[in-house]
Design a protein around this ligand. Structure first.
Ligand code: NAD
Length: 372
């Protein structure tokens, strides 16, 4: 916490539409007030005083804003020892605060540029990527009942980056699976399920083909399942899940799905497609040293600076962040204001079929918040 008693959170506005949608989130956080009347004074002490009949201490409500202070940092890469790296200040800020909200970062195309997203993932050992997809009332898609949570192993598997050409025309790419990383992500999946009222964990795999690598992933999941007797555990093949989820996503609303890296990358985009795509899908990268929350979409250079961006995905990511920090009350309130604004459909952005810009949409949420 900072000197003002607020939680300090690193804010990386990012590139393209990033600063526009980050601004919207900041405005909404500044307007979100605590729902319960606050009884003043040091919590707990005053109520004891009142009960003991001590005079002169009146209960009053206080306008308490979401207790977050943003520490804004720039991650524009700098050249250090011939390499492009993230500035130290940004790294230090995330290290210190351990929680960050991040806008999209444009990945330059061409050799010599490291992906900053990958750098952040490696720097902070962000081992689990959590992607919930929930149908949004008022935004019509072929499915009304999507409520999936997918947790993707974020550090190894097919994305280990170990590739080489053995001889001309023959390339080998290594899928690396370790028990340690599999166990770590499985444990987080069970923890997430138990914290979020989901009663089942399904490990998604291709162990019928990749008997050793996915087989070990499953061994780790089974071992962790034993520590969570109240959470059911089962396993399903990736192809079968893709088929079933596209036919009827409703059976997946009770559980958390956990899987190796590549499967999670693909299945999470499939799930995002079920609820209407990129403007609405949040994510959280959970790590050992820090957690970074971000929208799934990129920097949308085609609409940069035009005031048209939909800030919902970043806003929903920030609500995941609040819940991760145990600040559920604020998250619920902001979520209600945003979702009712979308459901009403009067001030929604173009990607959702409306006519509003970022500002009108944000103002509509602020108006809703003022009444909650
Ligand atoms: P993109 O997600 O930026 O855009 C795809 C399409 O969706 C565009 O038409 C865009 O206008 C629209 N869109 C995306 N977000 C929107 C929003 N919030 N509101 C309204 N419309 C929205 O994908 P891209 O064009 O392939 O990538 C652009 C850049 O972003 C690339 O440099 C890419 O590397 C980077 N990127 C970054 C991240 C990240 O930081 N996590 C993720 C994906 C892509």
């Amino acid at each position: 916490k900072g000197a003002d008693g607020n939680y300090l959170v690193t804010l990386i506005p990012g590139d393209g539409i990033g600063p526009e949608i980050a601004e919207s989130v900041k405005k909404i956080f500044a307007a979100a007030k605590r729902a319960q009347p606050y009884l003043g004074g040091v919590e707990g002490i005053e109520s004891v005083e009142r009960e003991s009949g001590k005079e002169g201490v009146a209960a009053h409500s206080r306008d308490e804003k979401a207790p977050i202070s943003w520490e804004e940092v720039d991650v524009t890469p700098i050249l250090k020892d011939g390499k492009t790296v993230i500035p130290d200040r940004a790294i230090e800020s995330v290290k210190k605060n351990t929680v960050a909200l991040k806008g999209p970062l444009a990945t330059p195309i061409g050799k010599g540029h490291v992906s900053l997203n990958l750098t952040l993932r490696r720097t902070f050992s962000l081992f689990a990527n959590v992607r919930p997809c929930v149908s949004i009332q008022g935004f019509k898609t072929p499915y009304d009942n999507v409520n999936t949570v997918l947790i993707r192993e974020n550090t190894e598997g097919e994305y280990s980056g170990i590739e080489h050409e053995i001889v001309d025309g023959v390339v080998q790419s290594i899928k690396l699976i370790t028990y340690e990383a599999s166990e770590r992500v499985a444990r987080y999946a069970f923890h997430y399920a138990s914290e979020n009222g989901r009663n089942k964990v399904t490990a998604v795999h291709k162990a019928n083909i990749m008997k050793m690598s996915d087989g070990m992933f499953l061994t780790a999941c089974r071992a962790v399942a034993k520590d969570y007797p109240n959470i059911a555990y089962d396993e399903d093949l990736l192809d079968r899940v893709c088929l079933r989820i596209a036919q009827d996503p409703s059976p997946y609303a009770d559980r958390v799905m956990v899987m190796p890296n590549l499967y999670g990358d693909i299945l999470s985009d499939l799930s995002a497609g079920l609820i209407g795509g990129l403007g609405l899908t949040p994510s959280g990268n959970i790590g050992k040293d820090a957690s970074i929350f971000e929208a799934v979409h990129g920097s949308a250079p085609d609409i940069e600076g035009k005031g048209l961006a939909n800030p919902t995905a970043l806003l929903l990511s920030s609500l995941m962040m609040l819940r991760h920090m145990g600040l559920n009350e604020f998250a619920d309130k902001i979520e209600k204001a945003a979702l009712t604004t979308i459901a009403e459909g009067k001030a929604i952005t173009r990607d959702l079929g409306g006519k509003a810009g970022t500002k009108e949409y944000t103002d509509a949420i602020l108006a809703k918040l003022a009444k909650l």
